[in-house]
Design a protein around this ligand. Structure first.
Ligand SMILES: Nc1ncnc2c1ncn2[C@@H]1O[C@H](COP(=O)(O)OP(=O)(O)OP(=O)(O)O)[C@@H](O)[C@H]1O
Length: 429
C-alpha cells in the first residue's frame, strides 16, 4: 500500500488569455463541474479535462496561451509537511486549486489518499451568498461528514474563528480577515487527514497568525499531512519537513526547506553590481569600489535577495590604494529614506576567502523588513573622501524569521524590526 497522501503526476494547466479560465462558465457549468468532481472525489482522482499538454518547452507558447503548470510531478508522504514555494505567477495557486477540485488540469492526474481540507485564497471554498453557518455545513458535506458530525464541531469552529454573531451573515459581507479566520477554522477543525493551505498567514492579526501556526503544528504532530504554500521563507523553514520549488509552471527541484529556499533565492539572483565603470562618483579616486554583492546566510551564489532576521553578508570589492581605508554603506528604503548605516573601522581591507581587496560586512540578524532597498557606498582614507557611489546596489528583502519569530503584519510597515526583549519590573501584575 502506498504511503503517499498526495500523488501528482504530469500535471499541466493551460489558460487561454482573454477568454477566462477554461472549464469555468456560468452557474450551470459550475454545478455540473462540481457534480463531476464529487464523483471523482469518491474515486480519489483528478481527471484531466479534454485537451493535451502540448509540446514545446516554453511555459508560454504564444501570447494568448499560457501554461500555468507544465508536467509537474511530486508526492507528499503521509504525515509530511511539504512546503511549496515559488515567485508570483509560478503556478502555486493553480496547483492547489487542481488538488482541491476547484479547477481541472489540462493534462496529468492528482491522487488524493484521504479526506482533504483546503484553505485557498479568499474567494474560493465558500459560497458568497450563504452565511458562515451554512458554509460550515456545506464544507462538512463536501468532506463527506454527516450533519451531526459537523454540528458536534460547530461551536469549536465558531470559537476558533472569533467570528461571533457574524456567523449568520452571508460571507460576501465579511472582510478578508473574517473570511480567512472562518476558512482556517473550518479547514483545520473538520478533521481532514490532509490539509492544503495557501498563504493564509499573510492575512489576519499577529495573534491569529500565531493560532494558525500552532494549529498547523499540532496537526502535523498528530501525523497528518500538510501541503503549505507561502512566500514567507521563515514559515517554510520553521513549519515544513521538506519543500519543492515551482518556477514559471515547472517544478525545478526540492529538498530540505533550507535547500529549497536557496534554490528559490538563486532563481532571482541579481548579478553583483559591477561598479568599476560607473562614472557618476565623487572623491579623489585613489581607491575605488569596484563591486557590491549581498547575500543571505551561506547563499553566496544567490546575491541580491536577503532574508529578514537571517545573517547577511555584504561584500565591497575594491581597487587602488586600500591601506587605511574605511567604508560606509548607507541603506535607503523604497521612498529613498535613510534606514541605517554600516560603518567599518579604518583597516587594510582584504577578503580572506579570495585574497582580493574587499570589505566584508556581516550582519548577524538582518533587521530590515521585507521590501526593496538600495545602498550608497562611500570610502574614506587619510586624505578624505576617496570614492562615493549613490544607489550602488539594490537589495530585495524577503520574509524570514528573527530568532525563530515571524513578523506581525503591522511590523511590515516599518523598515526596521530589530531583535529585542522586554523586561517587566517586578513581573507582570
Ligand atoms: N483563471 C485564469 N485565467 C488565466 N490565467 C490565469 C488564471 N489563473 C492563473 N492564471 C495565470 O497562471 C499563472 C500562474 O498563476 P498562479 O496564481 O497559479 O500563480 P501563483 O504562483 O499562485 O502566484 P501568486 O504567488 O502571485 O499567487 C499566472 O501567470 C497567472 O496569471
Amino acid at each position: 500500500m502506498t504511503q503517499a497522501a498526495i500523488e501528482v503526476r504530469g500535471l499541466s494547466k493551460h489558460y487561454r488569455l482573454g477568454t477566462g479560465p477554461q472549464g469555468r462558465g456560468d452557474l450551470r457549468d459550475t454545478v455540473a463541474a462540481a457534480a463531476a468532481r464529487l464523483r471523482n472525489r469518491v474515486r480519489g482522482r483528478t481527471p484531466a479535462a479534454t485537451g493535451d499538454a502540448g509540446g514545446g518547452d516554453e511555459a508560454q507558447s504564444s501570447e494568448r496561451d499560457l501554461w500555468a503548470l507544465r508536467d509537474v510531478g511530486f508526492d507528499v508522504q503521509r504525515g509530511e509537511v511539504l512546503g511549496l514555494i515559488g515567485h508570483n505567477g509560478a503556478g502555486k495557486s493553480t496547483l492547489l486549486k487542481i488538488l482541491s477540485r476547484i479547477t481541472d488540469p489540462t493534462a496529468g492526474e492528482a491522487f488524493i489518499h484521504g479526506r482533504m481540507g483546503s484553505l485557498l485564497e479568499v474567494g474560493t471554498g465558500f459560497h458568497p451568498e450563504l452565511t458562515g453557518r451554512e458554509n460550515v455545513f456545506l464544507n462538512g458535506a463536501v468532506l463527506g461528514m454527516s450533519r451531526r458530525e459537523v454540528a458536534d464541531k460547530f461551536d469549536e469552529i465558531v470559537a476558533f474563528s472569533e467570528i461571533g454573531r457574524f456567523i449568520d451573515t452571508p460571507v460576501k459581507r465579511y472582510s478578508s480577515g473574517m473570511y480567512v479566520r472562518l476558512a482556517f477554522a473550518v479547514a483545520s477543525n473538520l478533521e481532514p487527514e490532509i490539509l492544503v493551505v495557501d498563504e493564509v498567514l499573510a492575512v489576519g492579526d499577529a495573534a491569529f497568525q500565531k493560532k494558525c501556526v500552532a494549529k498547523m503544528r499540532s496537526f502535523a504532530d498528530e501525523g497528518r499531512t500538510i501541503l503549505f504554500v507561502s512566500h514567507n521563507m521563515g514559515s517554510i523553514q520553521s513549519l515544513c519537513d521538506r519543500a519543492v520549488v515551482l518556477q514559471r509552471g515547472r517544478l525545478i527541484g526540492g529538498g530540505t526547506p533550507a535547500e529549497a529556499v536557496r534554490m528559490y533565492l538563486a532563481e532571482n539572483a541579481v548579478e553583483a553590481a559591477d561598479l568599476a565603470d560607473r562614472t557618476d562618483r565623487e572623491g579623489h579616486q585613489r581607491a575605488r569600489v569596484t563591486s557590491l554583492r549581498a547575500w543571505s546566510g551561506d547563499n553566496a551564489d544567490a546575491p541580491g535577495y536577503l532574508l529578514y532576521g537571517e545573517p547577511a553578508t555584504i561584500r565591497v570589492g575594491l581597487s587602488g590604494v586600500t591601506r587605511g581605508l574605511s567604508c560606509i554603506l548607507a541603506v535607503y528604503d523604497g521612498y529613498n529614506r535613510p534606514v541605517c548605516r554600516f560603518a567599518s573601522k579604518a583597516a587594510a581591507a582584504t577578503d580572506t576567502t579570495t585574497d582580493e581587496p574587499a570589505f566584508l560586512c556581516e550582519v548577524p540578524e538582518l533587521p530590515l523588513t521585507p521590501g526593496g532597498y538600495h545602498l550608497n557606498a562611500t570610502l574614506h582614507d587619510r586624505d578624505g573622501l576617496a570614492d562615493a557611489i549613490q544607489q550602488a546596489a539594490e537589495l530585495t528583502i524577503e520574509q524570514g524569521l528573527m530568532a525563530g519569530r515571524a513578523l506581525a503584519t503591522p511590523q511590515l510597515e516599518c523598515p526596521i524590526a530589530p531583535r529585542h526583549a522586554w523586561a517587566v519590573p517586578n513581573g507582570p501584575a
